[in-house]
Design a protein around this ligand. Sequence first.
Ligand SMILES: C[S@@+](CC[C@H](N)C(=O)[O-])C[C@H]1O[C@@H](n2cnc3c(N)ncnc32)[C@H](O)[C@@H]1O
Length: 272
Amino acid sequence: MMGVNMTDAEFNRIQVFLKDRYGIDMSRKKEIAQGRLENYIRTGGWHTYTEYMNAVESDITGRLEKQLVNMLSTNHTYFMREFEHFDYLRQVVLPDLKKKEAKSRDLCIWCGAASTGEEPYMLAMLLKDFFGLEHGSWDTKILATDISTEALRHAVAGTYTKDQIAALPEQWKRRYFREQPGGGKYEATKELKDEVLFRQFNLMEPFPFKRKMHVVFLRNVMIYFDRKTKRELVRKVYNVMEPGGYLFIGRTETIDRESAPFRLVMPSVFRK
Ligand SMILES: C[S@@+](CC[C@H](N)C(=O)[O-])C[C@H]1O[C@@H](n2cnc3c(N)ncnc32)[C@H](O)[C@@H]1O
């Protein structure tokens, strides 16, 4: 069966839509966009991308728009990614926060591009390890958000293949994952899932948080944003952080000095 051709004008309409609403910059990725949408358009019965985008823009339920974002966002992530950040948390950040918040015993931790859950679950396991027997008397629940409903569905289910959890320390695998009957899949335990609250949130929107964050993970998401979007986002992040709070970005990412007066404490880790 013949594929549906995407004209440059149609591609432009899709990429502007995505950039305006989600900050996602696909301007040089026509082939990727087409590759990801092709089957969906054909099976959905649309004859052109124009017809499809008309449907997306007039769908008041927002369902088609959600699906478009699910298909065009890149959710690649994995356990143990950029492990030096977790090491730094364990050795520097958590001892510091434990002292500082000894009275309140309450930490605000936000993971702003949580994708399919590997990153917030890593944080949860690390926190449990770090606080040990004292964990029960601390509130360290992690807020994990993402724009993709599909990625979040996966994250909430907390189910991963053997290969996906392979790099985790044996002790964590044993303690926090259970093999599901008949299928080589491993599910995060309720104990672990209870440590993370997953919510859909678009980073382009005003931040609704009532409390200031001690730790923010915003890794490997700003690479998809243009400069202006990135700057505005970094400023907003700065404003929702506690003085002395820690921001983690991806190892290959950078932030402009003018966006906010963060202090670099190690490559890709900043302090307010
Ligand atoms: C490559 S993943 C990074 C996952 C994880 N932080 C890591 O470093 O492994 C990027 C994630 O950012 C999310 N994302 C993209 N644009 C977003 C937006 N405007 N608001 C919230 N999340 C967004 C995508 O859905 C995707 O799950």
